[in-house]
Unconditional design. Structure first.
Length: 293
């Protein structure tokens, strides 16, 4: 029996990719990944468990959690089901976080790669633009963009992406500079390979691992930015949002503190889980750790 278990473990070790085995060795990252999976399942099944509009009034206001089986998390100050708001809020929060992270990654990788590859005045100009965005306080910039463009999901994604691409651009630039003069890149140039083929097929795959780690952290930051925007009343009024629920419940913090606490815990768990996943990906995709094994 023990021999069979040992052979099974060896076969699993062989079949699992290296990065996944390294990721699974990180307990915090595994816990974070499980929380993220639960959030994704909750967001995808929101329409099944709560098919009606979560913003509609369903009962008396300020029903405390676990006092009514129909509303396990209670109701808010208007009589809306908090459980429905949390589940549908997960969909909006993840959508904004993923879309903003994807947009920031595309912008950052494009600018960082162009700066490193062309160098000279192109590098200088693009890096000065990145510094210009870093000088402006991020929260102020996001609030300003949303106030000017309007409180809609697309505008929130644009605002968050505009304040999140600079670290990715700098990381991409640094990685490109370290790979640009390697022997295989020089060999590709000598063989007559076009510049865009060298960048996309030879350098970019080696640059992506640390960029993926940074992108996972951008998702966590995007969730916080969206929460701040919604907390201040600038979020999309047609969407259920965790930050919006916290903002609407802050006036009742003394009499009905659970209205703020429930979505606040959800935001905390989401950001913590994504940061743990980022740490795990950093360990799994770190080339130095790969060389040690």
């Amino acid at each position: 029996m023990s021999e069979n278990l040992a052979s099974l473990r060896r076969s699993m070790r062989i079949t699992l990719p290296h990065w996944l085995r390294q990721f699974l060795r990180h307990p915090g990252a595994v816990c974070g990944a499980l929380i993220v999976v639960v959030m994704v399942v909750m967001a995808l099944s929101a329409g099944i468990f709560y098919p009606k509009d979560p913003l509609r009034i369903v009962a008396m206001p300020e029903i405390w959690p676990f006092t009514d089986g129909r509303y396990p998390l209670g109701t808010d100050s208007l009589g809306r089901d908090i459980a429905a708001l949390i589940v549908h809020g997960a969909r909006a929060t993840l959508m904004i976080g993923l879309a903003a992270s994807l947009a920031a990654t595309l912008i950052g990788v494009s600018i960082g790669a162009a700066a490193a590859w062309f160098g000279g005045w192109v590098d200088e100009t693009l890096m000065r633009i990145a510094e210009l965005f870093q000088v402006i306080p991020n929260v102020v910039f996001v609030l300003t963009v949303v106030s000017v463009l309007g409180p809609h999901m697309g505008n929130i994604i644009i605002a968050v992406a505009l304040v999140s691409w600079q670290p990715i651009a700098r990381l991409t630039r640094a990685e490109f500079l370290s790979w640009r003069d390697r022997e295989f890149v020089l060999a590709c140039r000598a063989s007559g390979m076009a510049d865009h083929q060298i960048v996309l097929k030879e350098i970019l795959p080696n640059v992506l691992p640390p960029v993926i780690v940074m992108a996972s952290l951008v998702i966590a930051g995007a969730i916080l930015y969206e929460s701040v925007v919604s907390f201040l009343g600038l979020g999309d009024p047609n969407l259920a949002s965790w930050g919006r629920l916290v903002g609407e419940g802050r006036t009742l913090i003394r009499s009905a503190w659970y209205i703020c606490a429930v979505p606040g815990v959800a935001i905390m768990l989401a950001v913590l889980a994504l940061n743990l996943v980022g740490d795990g990906l950093n360990d799994a995709l770190n080339p130095k750790l790969r060389e040690r094994e």
